[in-house]
Design a binder for this molecule. Structure first.
Ligand code: FES
Length: 169
């Protein structure tokens, strides 16, 4: 049975006729990994094992491919991803303090995810908004000129995100 979100050979179109089965399967690998990650937010081992079976690609080859790309993760990720910019301008304007405050607040280290999966905390190089330093990104949003009050709002926002399990209307 085809797994939801996985691309099948028909998706390759007319190129399918000139490729070997193994080449087709390798061509599907990245898309399949992206689909799995879109569903789980990371690449669970059991999914990779079944992908290995379905595409007839060894598990070690799958890991080798997946680790090549920075976009893939092998441990569960939070519903929110906060990245503290540690580029020069942000460093000078307090990035370390922001990072420390978030670590303390959520009791995690850089690169870790909270137990309730509300947050993954990371650092990032310059995000190109040095004039707004210190800068933090929360998911797709760039938050500039981060000071105590803004940081508190961000913390509240992340704490308020319970993954949609709030029963209140
Ligand atoms: S150093 Fe942080 S945005 Fe450039």
């Amino acid at each position: 049975m085809k797994k939801e979100g996985l691309i099948d050979h028909e998706s390759i179109g007319h190129f399918g006729g000139v490729l070997t089965e193994a080449q087709k399967n390798k061509g599907l690998l990245i898309h399949s990994l992206q689909s799995i990650q879109a569903i789980h937010n990371y690449l669970p081992e059991d999914e990779l094992k079944s992908l290995s079976k379905n595409l007839r690609i060894t598990l070690s080859e799958i890991y080798s491919t997946a680790t090549f790309y920075k976009q893939f993760y092998f441990t569960p990720r939070g519903r929110n991803i906060a990245r503290v910019c540690t580029g020069t301008a942000c460093h000078v304007r307090g990035a370390v303090e922001i990072l420390d405050a978030l670590k303390q607040e959520f009791k995690i280290e850089e690169g870790e995810t909270t137990e309730d999966a509300s947050l993954t905390l990371e650092t990032v190089g310059c995000v190109g908004c040095c004039g707004l330093a210190p800068v933090l990104t929360v998911n797709e949003e760039i938050v500039g000129e981060v000071e105590e009050e803004k940081l508190e709002q961000i913390v509240d926002q992340i704490r308020g995100d319970n993954g949609g399990s709030n029963e209140e209307a």
